[in-house]
Design a protein around this ligand. Structure first.
Ligand code: ATP
Ligand code: MG
Length: 442
């Protein structure tokens, strides 16, 4: 990692680089901004290092610049790092106008021809040399003369040539790869996300990772009460999400929900089963929360999506815990969730409530309650001996670790040893700060 590659000299004309733009970090105070940029830089190093790409990163005002050879590959990897708004592969030239012109012509050669529209957008860090407008105009005329038939369109150009004149050189680019935006992972502390085999919860987890939260996942295995392939589906979601925090291990804690479903089968509270089930999940998660270093829970609930997600039932579910439950999808439509799942790579056909019967929970009653009453729910829990059920569930847990889209290993540990186990696994993978949720929270 870093600038040991003798071929990479740093901010020198003739180099190639990727200019990374970030978004909300701009709004932070100077010290916080510096801290967030530091985290973004470390995350970029982690991601590129995990892909075996050697780079050097500099952070001039307002930008992160990644110096390396394969700028297309580097921009693609950088565009999957949270906090990155876009990443543009650039040629770096001297301040000589002829050098800037030839870089622009080299980059636009495959893109411009008769009828193609383009615009030059120039900005400069220093007051020396031609103004941004003069630079844009000179370059525009030169490009037009080089590729007869192409035309300037400043409002809706097909090709945008970006020129950034900085103290140490000029960065010229024509392409930008859109990033996920958000805040750098690790700037907002830890969360425990309830992850199922479905479509919604992976999107919810991704959304909170995008807001800078380190994630641990929790899957409740329904065993014979769940449909076939549910555990595999949840692990697949987990594996896919690990590609979004490259270079950092992502853990999923798996516990057996069978004691709960057996108790539910024995009870006469059928209509309440879904609300009882979600309250059970939230309680189990709340017990595990301090053992994972998380500050709050995350679920993929969306208002009104199914019977357990009516406003009344969500209220009753929330009352099962004192821990904050974050529901990033609460106001989104299924279609929006599916679109996002496709774009982040977690969508698979036939999953959860979108799919065929195979993934459906066998404990769901025919007529689930849509407005469960707290006293009824609490009475049903007392009858089923919920505390003993939770104790049985948490006797030991399975931890499955994935990194960079690959499941690495799994181990069974008692809950009391979970925190140190996770810290140890993370250290082993060279990412030591996974379990310090509050220090960096802003
Ligand atoms: P998803 O909502 O993820 O598509 P689903 O539709 O199968 O899965 P819902 O009944 O909508 O599940 O559950 C609401 C939320 O409860 C999920 O988004 C998820 O956060 C959590 N959840 C559901 N099942 C499980 C499970 N087996 N283990 C952990 N969390 C779960
Ligand atoms: Mg759902």
């Amino acid at each position: 990692m870093g600038g040991d590659d003798p071929g990479i000299t740093g901010e020198e004309p003739g180099d190639r680089a990727v200019v990374v733009r970030y978004g909300e970090i701009f709004l932070k105070s100077e010290p916080v901004r510096r801290q967030f940029i530091g985290r973004l830089t470390r995350n970029l190093y982690h991601a590129l290092d995990a892909a075996g790409v050697s780079v050097r990163i500099t952070t001039p005002r307002g930008r992160v610049i990644i110096w390396g050879r394969d700028t297309t590959l580097i921009a693609g990897i950088a565009a999957e790092v949270f906090g990155v708004v876009d990443a543009a592969p650039c040629l770096v030239t001297s301040h000589q106008i002829d050098a800037i012109k030839s870089a622009a012509v080299v980059l636009t050669a495959p893109l411009l021809g008769p009828g193609t529209s383009f615009a030059v957008r120039a900005r400069r860090e220093t007051t020396e040399g031609p103004s941004s407008q003069d630079l844009a105009a000179t370059l525009g005329s030169y490009i037009q003369a080089t590729y007869p038939g192409c035309r300037v369109d400043l409002t809706r150009p097909e090709v945008v040539v970006t020129v950034e004149s900085r103290k140490t050189g000029v960065l010229v680019s024509v392409d930008k790869v859109k990033g996920p935006g958000g805040l750098p992972l690790g700037t907002q502390g830890g969360l425990l996300a309830l992850l199922s085999a479905g479509i919604d919860s992976p999107v919810a987890s991704w959304m909170m990772m995008r807001r800078g939260c380190r994630m641990t996942h929790l899957f409740i295995d329904g065993g014979r009460f769940a449909g076939t392939g549910v555990m595999d589906g949840a692990l697949e979601n987990h594996r896919r999400l690990s590609a979004w925090c490259r270079g950092v291990p992502l853990h999923i804690v798996v516990v057996s929900g069978v004691p709960f479903y057996e108790a539910a089968e024995r009870s006469r509270s059928t209509r309440l089963t879904c609300v009882l089930c979600k309250r059970f999940m939230v309680r189990v998660a709340s017990v595990l929360l301090p053992h994972t270093g998380a500050a709050a829970l995350v679920t993929g609930e969306s208002l009104g999506q199914v019977a357990s997600q009516t406003l009344g039932n969500i209220r009753v579910i929330s009352m099962a815990t004192t821990v904050p439950v974050l529901r990033p999808l609460i106001g989104t439509d299924k279609r929006e969730i599916v679109d996002l799942a496709r774009s982040i790579g977690t969508f698979r056909h036939g999953k959860g409530d979108e799919g065929p019967q195979t993934l459906c929970c066998h404990a769901v009653p025919r007529y689930p309650a849509t407005d469960a009453k707290v006293h009824e729910v609490e009475a049903a829990e007392a009858r089923s001996g919920i505390d003993a059920v939770i104790a049985a569930t948490l006797r030991s847990v399975l931890v499955v670790t994935a990194q960079d889209g690959v499941v690495l290993f799994s181990s069974t540990v008692p809950v009391s040893a979970l925190l140190s186990h996770l810290a140890c696994l993370s250290e082993r993978e060279g990412f030591t700060q996974v379990l310090s949720p509050d220090k960096e929270a802003r």
